[in-house]
Design a protein around this ligand. Sequence first.
Ligand SMILES: Nc1ccn([C@@H]2O[C@H](COP(=O)(O)OP(=O)(O)OP(=O)(O)O)[C@@H](O)[C@H]2O)c(=O)n1
Ligand SMILES: C[C@](O)(CO)[C@H](O)COP(=O)(O)O
Length: 231
Amino acid sequence: MYIDKKVTAIIVAAGRGTRMNSETPKQYMTIAGKTILDSTIYKFEKSNYVDEIILVVNKEELEYVRINIACDYEKIVKVLGGGKTRTESVYEGVKMASKSGGIILIHDGVRPFVSYKLINTCVENAYRYKSCVPAIDVVDTVKVVEEGFVKDTLDRKKLKAVQTPQAFDCYLIRECYDMAINESKDVNFTDDASIVEFYGHKVKVVDGLSRNIKITTPLDLKIAEILATVY
Ligand SMILES: Nc1ccn([C@@H]2O[C@H](COP(=O)(O)OP(=O)(O)OP(=O)(O)O)[C@@H](O)[C@H]2O)c(=O)n1
Ligand SMILES: C[C@](O)(CO)[C@H](O)COP(=O)(O)O
């Protein structure tokens, strides 16, 4: 499909990886000889649709990343310092990318197994619908638990587990993020689409990929080592 808009990928990698329990932030851990962050950036560098990449990292690592990582990629146009939460880190990228007039992809730096096809699908659907997220079916039964007892069992047929990249028209995501940051600091948004939904916009859902895991825990790292032998 011909996309007559600039496509900017924001890769957020400013987290500390507390659930990984490791001194080195997980995005700098190595799998199959490459850091997780390098493997992630590579997918966007080689994507036919992506024109430029904005990388968001911890402020303390800015210099290191600029010198040792960013210079290896032609599409990285900016390395920015992130914030205390994922939302704050994404916002730094959104403020910069929204000047492009195009499409913004927002991706976790710790999802290196994203495919080129999924990136394309998200861009194409954001071009058409302004917002798009990839999602997979939930395989467990999900319950609402309060004070150690089940309050409710949710209808699994209606549930999806959402991944990144999440793709948006740049003006829409900028407007929603501006409002969220300025007005709703108490709301706990765990992904970017939630912010767009919160302000009443529809979000298109496309099929995600089981292998597109977010490397979060030591077990995920073991799974990632196996996935890296195949993808
Ligand atoms: N302040 C933050 C927090 C998270 N992230 C990024 O958002 C993605 C998804 O977050 P998560 O897996 O939760 O990473 P961490 O915050 O590092 O992990 P934890 O919650 O276990 O500390 C990661 O690429 C992470 O680096 C970020 O850019 N800025
Ligand atoms: C954005 C996300 O990856 C979608 O599944 C997820 O919500 C990030 O959550 P985290 O709390 O930063 O791990």
